[in-house]
Design a protein around this ligand. Structure first.
Ligand SMILES: [Zn+2]
Length: 372
């Protein structure tokens, strides 16, 4: 495989290995196990950027286990609350949306995860002997722990809301219409109100596209209602729920590099609601795959004709099902690429053009580079 040429950076210069960026948190918490959490929107076939982050989660987990002798696992959060359909309500001009979970249903989502993600994860897990688990957002929001965390954070939202929504100060909470087969909610939650709340329940009123005003009571045990939170708000509640009690587990949130900017806001919100920095999850930002202009390689922009397929990009980069080979072969190539990316911090803390990824993924394999 061709080795890239990468410039030095302040961060790369401070590290011997990319995964060392996690060392201060590991030493600070002396965890009994480390869980690498990687979230992916379930909205169609995965692209190469997604595969790269997922394979780096497994590969980094294996290296951290080797360094610290602590058990590791990868937890895959399937974000099935991504918008599936968005329409404009003619009478108000408000946008209404249905999530993938509401539009497709639990069965179809489970099937999509089985088809599109399990084969890749199973192969990565087996090759690196790193166990993994999958949880959908729909399952997570229904748990007692997630709901209790949300109910606890509600009274403190005044402190957090400008972090979560710096422009308007309103962090969107959606509770999709519970009428059978419906599930529409106002995308920007203009008429969604928390009427009253305590540690045990919250009553939320909202407007449906078809059913007018409705009311939902969200309680930890009832399973009633569906908590669909705007992205930063969701991350606040999720990360609070991970860090609110000492469980001996250090969580590492693994994300693409485009999250560097937004994560500062989540950290501000965590602090604003009273979490101590030692309780924050650790963060690992992975290389982004970008086009010739330096923008993130975006399947939807290309599909909708707003951007051309960049030089050197192939259709499989936008839809990994089109990889011209077996899953085993794809995993082999991905792991080859993660070895290169992890071989020097200069190769990790940077982006890669689609053309460069193409070269790295398809150049003739030379077995295992020595680890420095
Ligand atoms: Zn409805």
């Amino acid at each position: 495989m061709s080795t890239p040429v990468s410039p030095n950076t302040v961060l790369a210069n401070a590290l011997s290995h990319a995964q060392d960026v996690l060392t201060p948190r590991v030493r600070d918490t002396t965890p009994e196990r480390i869980v690498f959490v990687v979230g992916t929107q379930i909205n169609g076939a995965p692209h190469i950027g997604t595969s790269l982050v997922q394979s780096l989660a497994f590969a980094t987990a294996a290296r951290v286990r080797e360094k610290f002798g602590v058990p590791v696992e990868v937890r895959f959060a399937a974000l099935d609350n991504a918008p599936h359909t968005i329409v404009t309500d003619q009478s108000t001009g408000h946008l209404f949306m249905r999530t993938y979970a509401h539009a497709l249903g639990h069965q179809a989502i489970a099937q999509q995860i089985d088809t599109l993600y399990h084969p890749l994860f199973a192969a990565l897990s087996e090759r690196l002997a790193v166990p993994y688990a999958v949880e959908t957002y729909s399952e997570q929001q229904a748990t007692q722990h997630f709901r209790r965390t949300w109910l606890r954070v509600l009274p403190r939202m005044d402190a957090a809301r400008w972090w979560l929504a710096p422009s308007a100060g309103v962090a969107h909470l959606r509770v999709p219409c519970p009428s059978p087969g419906c599930g529409w909610s106002e995308k920007y939650a203009q008429r969604t109100r928390v009427r009253d709340s305590s540690r045990d329940h919250a009553t939320v009123t909202a407007e449906c596209l078809h059913h007018g005003t409705y009311e939902v009571t969200v309680a930890p045990d009832s399973g009633e209602g569906y908590l669909d939170l705007a992205t930063l708000y969701r991350n606040l509640v999720k990360e609070l729920s991970l860090g609110d009690k000492y469980s001996g587990t250090l969580h590492v949130m693994v994300k693409g590099g485009d999250w560097v900017f937004g994560s500062h806001l989540v950290d501000g919100a965590l602090q604003a609601v009273g979490l101590a920095p030692q309780q924050f999850p650790a963060r690992l930002f992975c290389p982004q795959v970008v086009t010739d202009t330096g923008a993130k390689l975006s399947k939807s922009l290309i599909r909708e004709g707003h951007a051309p397929l960049p030089d050197g990009a192939a259709p499989w980069m936008l839809d990994t099902r089109e990889w011209p080979g077996t899953v085993a072969d794809y995993v082999e190539r991905l792991l080859g690429m993660t070895e290169i990316v992890l071989s020097d911090p200069r190769h990790f803390f940077r982006s890669y053009s689609a053309g460069e990824v193409g070269r790295m993924m398809t150049a003739p394999t030379t077995r295992s580079l020595p680890t420095p």
